[in-house]
Design a protein around this ligand. Structure first.
Ligand code: SAM
Length: 257
């Protein structure tokens, strides 16, 4: 039986680690650390810091592996499915090499494993393929959504109102006018510039939770250019950027819960 722990590590601050996540890492024989290329070296460093600071089990084996980048050809869904197939093959090789004899492996997963992360889906795929006897558990982590709300010191929802989380490519040009909060992730193209209602409020954050955190909030029409500028400067300085934002339009009688 191959046993895996998919451990949410939070979004860049080692202090996001929960006690459960720390226990899980200490229960592992092997910790798999994804390497997504030089540009995101800082992300790898956060993972290394977490291991150095929290893993007391000195016999644990650390295995870094390269994550292939997704090629953006064809339909989005097909591209993602093919990419997952490639990663699933890499996982099978990793397990064969490092998890013989009932060993337990742990994956460090940015934020929480349930939110825009492929690892759980790949585990499901491996089970569906009939890969022998894989069992996995999920250890929740602090998401970038929570880190964003905390950085701005805001409740995410207005009283009794819904929250929608969407990848930027699905953000419609209009914000719904019912107090719904829209949280936008994976934005490589300033999708907020397409929003026509400039009276919406935006709460933007880059590298939230990390020592490089930048946040900007205000009326969309007033701050959108400032965000574009801050984003470009931060990307140029650090070589990469991860940002997230929440937007909403309050009705007169709506307050934050
Ligand atoms: C592939 S998703 C992973 C999300 C992660 N599983 C989570 O729970 O937050 C990556 C996206 O999460 C957001 N993100 C993750 N960490 C972030 C951070 N520290 N600051 C700002 N946005 C972040 C960005 O929108 C980024 O494009």
């Amino acid at each position: 039986m191959i046993r895996l722990l998919l451990v949410g590590i939070g979004t860049g601050n080692p202090e996001h680690m929960t006690m459960q996540a720390i226990s899980a890492l200490n229960a592992a024989d092997v910790i798999f650390v994804p390497d997504k290329g030089e540009a995101k070296e800082q992300l790898r460093d956060v993972r290394r810091t977490i291991i150095e600071r929290f893993v007391e089990n000195r016999r644990v084996q650390i295995v870094e592996f390269a994550v292939p980048t997704r090629v953006g050809e064809g339909a989005y869904q097909d591209g993602v499915t093919d990419w997952h197939d490639v990663i699933a093959d890499i996982y099978v090789q990793l397990f064969q090499l490092h998890l013989a004899n009932d060993k337990t492996g742990a994956f460090l997963i940015w934020g929480d494993p349930s939110l825009y992360d492929s690892t759980i889906r790949i585990m499901q795929q491996l089970k569906a393929r009939g890969t022998p006897l894989i069992a996995y558990d999920v250890i929740p982590g602090i998401t970038s959504v929570q880190a964003l709300a905390a950085a701005h010191r805001i409740p995410l929802n207005l009283i009794g109102a819904p929250i929608r989380i969407t990848p930027a490519r699905k953000l419609a040009a209009e914000l719904p006018d019912d107090g719904e909060t829209v949280v936008v992730m994976l934005d490589g193209e300033h999708a907020f510039l397409k929003i026509e209602d400039l009276d919406a409020e935006i709460y933007w954050g880059a590298y939230v939770g990390t020592s490089n955190e930048i946040i900007i909030a205000g009326r969309l029409g007033d701050v959108r250019e400032e965000i574009v500028k801050a984003r470009a400067e931060a990307r140029a300085k650090n070589g990469w950027i991860m940002d997230i934002y929440a937007m909403r339009k309050k009705k007169n009688d709506q307050i934050e819960e």
